[in-house]
Design a protein around this ligand. Structure first.
Ligand code: SF4
Length: 446
C-alpha cells in the first residue's frame, strides 16, 4: 500500500515536498556487494562471508574482473549438514578461520560477514568474532557485520561494516584540537585530491575512514568533526556520535556545487579564511565548470527517472538538475535520511517527485507512463527496460566509479550522456508505449 506523507523541514527547495512511501517487492542487491569496494580500500582486510553458494556466486560474479591471485574475500559455505544441525557451525568456522589466517599472515583485520542463511539459522557471528578476536589479537582483529539481503540493500553493507569498526577506533586525547575526519569509502585517487585541497587550505592532517590499512585507524572523540562522503552511512554516523564526534552538515561532494559546499563546510568549521578557501578551490572549480559545458549540451532538457538503489539518487539528482539542466521525473531512494539529506533536499527543484522504499511494479508503471530519456536502476531492471526501448544506467556503476570531487565532475556527467549518445546512434527513441487502463488508473492514483 502506498502512502503520501509530507516531510516537514526548516529549509526551502524540496524539503516540504510530499514523499511517496512504498513497501513491496524490491529489486536491489544485498549488502554483500559492498565487499567489492571495501576490500580494495582496506588493503589488509579480509571479508569472510558466512553464507550459501548463492552468496559465493554473487560476490564472485560482481567482483569477477577484479580477482587477482589472492582475493581478500571468500565464502564459508553453510551446507546441508550445517542447516540440518548435524555439524557444529562454530567449530567449523573456527577451523576455517584458523586455516585462512595461517595461510594469509598479511591479514590484519578479518570481517565475518553475515548473510541470509546465517541469519536464518541464527548463527551468532558477534560471539564468534569476539571468540576469534581474543584468540588472534594482537595480530588480527576479528569483527562482524551483516550483509544479508533480509536486512540490507547494497550500500548498507558499507554502513554496517564501518559501524562495526567504530568501536575499534582509538580514543582521541581529551584536550586534542579539533580534527577533521572524512567518512565513507572514496577511491584512492579522489582521497588524494581532497587531501591536497585540505592541506592547501592549511587543514590537516585529515583522517579518512575507512583507512587504507587496518593499523591506521583514526582516533575519535569530542574534538572530531566528521564530514560524510557518502549518503548511506546512517548507522556509522550514530556510532561516531556515540563516541562524541560532531557531524558537519553539507551536500555531498558530487559536481562542482556539491564539492564546493562540502569543502566549505569543513573550511568553515575549521576556521579557514574565506579568501584562502577561494584561492585554493577556484582553479579546480573553474576547470570543472568548463569541463561540464560540453556535457550540459548533451544532457540539458533530458528527462531522468531514478529507481531506488544506491542511496546516491538524491545528490545525483541535485547535480544533474542544477548543473546539467536535466529534468527529474521521479527520484526514488531506498531510504531517505532526512537529517543527512537536508542540504540536498533544499537544493532540489521545487515539485520534484520523491519516493522512498520500493514497490517495483508500481514504479515500473510510473516509469513507463513518464517515458524518461534515461532510467537509473539496478542490474535486474536494466535489461528488461532496455528491451522495452528505455536507455538505462546501472546504479551500481556509480558506486564503483570515482565520481566525487572537481576532477571527476565531468566524468560523472559523462556516465549519463554516454548511454544517451549510444542509444541515439543505435536507434532513435521509440514512440511511447500504449498504457493499459489499469496502469493509467494506478498512475492517476499515485
Ligand atoms: S546474503 Fe542473501 S540476498 Fe545476498 S547473496 Fe546471500 S542469500 Fe542472496
Amino acid at each position: 500500500m502506498n502512502a503520501v506523507i509530507p516531510i516537514k523541514m526548516a529549509m526551502g527547495g524540496c524539503t516540504d515536498a510530499p514523499v511517496l512511501r512504498e513497501r513491496g517487492q524490491r529489486e536491489v542487491f544485498c549488502g554483500l556487494t559492498g565487499i567489492i569496494w571495501l576490500h580494495r580500500k582496506i588493503q589488509d582486510a579480509f571479508f569472510l562471508v558466512v553464507g550459501s553458494r548463492t552468496c559465493a556466486h554473487l560476490i564472485q560474479s560482481a567482483a569477477g574482473v577484479m580477482i587477482f591471485a589472492e582475493p581478500r574475500f571468500a565464502t564459508a559455505i553453510i551446507d546441508e549438514r550445517d542447516l540440518a544441525g548435524l555439524a557444529d557451525c562454530n567449530e567449523e568456522l573456527d577451523r576455517v578461520v584458523t586455516r585462512l589466517l595461517a595461510r594469509r599472515p598479511e591479514i590484519k583485520l578479518l570481517f565475518l560477514v553475515g548473510s541470509c542463511p546465517s541469519e536464518v539459522i541464527k548463527l551468532d557471528l558477534s560471539r564468534a568474532a569476539q571468540r576469534l578476536s581474543s584468540q588472534f589479537m594482537p595480530n588480527v582483529r576479528v569483527l562482524n557485520y551483516s550483509g544479508s539481503g533480509i536486512e540490507t540493500t547494497f550500500t548498507q553493507g558499507e554502513d554496517a561494516c564501518l559501524a562495526s569498526l567504530v568501536p575499534s577506533l582509538p580514543p582521541a586525547k581529551a584536550d586534542a584540537a579539533p580534527a577533521l575526519m572524512v567518512v565513507g569509502t572514496l577511491a584512492d585517487v579522489v582521497e588524494d585530491q581532497f587531501t591536497r585541497l585540505f592541506s592547501a587550505m592549511g587543514l590537516g592532517p585529515v583522517a579518512f575512514f575507512p583507512p587504507r590499512h587496518a593499523d591506521r585507524l583514526p582516533s575519535v572523540g569530542p574534538n572530531t568533526r566528521y564530514l560524510l562522503a557518502q549518503p548511506f552511512l546512517a548507522d556509522t554516523a550514530v556510532a561516531l556520535e556515540a563516541r562524541g564526534a560532531q557531524r558537519l552538515s553539507a551536500p555531498f561532494p558530487l559536481g562542482v556545487e556539491g564539492t564546493t559546499a562540502w569543502l566549505q563546510a569543513a573550511a568553515t568549521a575549521m576556521g579557514v579564511a574565506p579568501d584562502r578557501f577561494e584561492q585554493v578551490t577556484a582553479p579546480a572549480r573553474e576547470r570543472a565548470q568548463s569541463a561540464l559545458v560540453r556535457q550540459r549540451i548533451q544532457l540539458a532538457g533530458k528527462q531522468i527517472f531514478f529507481f531506488p538503489d544506491s542511496q546516491l539518487e538524491i545528490p545525483l539528482a541535485r547535480f544533474l538538475s542544477r548543473e546539467l539542466g536535466m529534468l527529474l521525473t521521479e527520484v526514488g531512494t531506498p531510504y531517505l535520511h532526512k537529517q543527512h539529506l537536508a542540504p540536498e533536499l533544499a537544493l532540489l527543484p521545487a515539485g520534484t517527485v520523491l519516493s522512498e522504499g520500493q514497490h517495483v511494479e508500481n514504479q515500473l508503471d510510473r516509469c513507463r507512463a513518464a517515458q524518461p530519456d534515461i532510467v537509473v536502476c539496478g542490474l535486474g531492471l536494466a535489461n528488461p527496460l532496455e528491451a522495452e526501448g528505455f536507455t538505462t544506467k546501472w546504479a551500481i556503476e556509480l558506486v564503483f566509479t570515482p565520481i566525487q570531487g572537481y576532477e571527476q565532475a565531468a566524468d560523472l556527467a559523462e556516465l549519463f550522456s554516454r548511454p544517451l549518445l549510444r542509444r541515439q546512434k543505435i536507434n532513435p527513441k521509440p514512440a511511447p508505449l500504449a498504457i493499459s487502463s489499469t496502469l493509467a488508473a494506478s498512475v492517476a492514483g499515485a
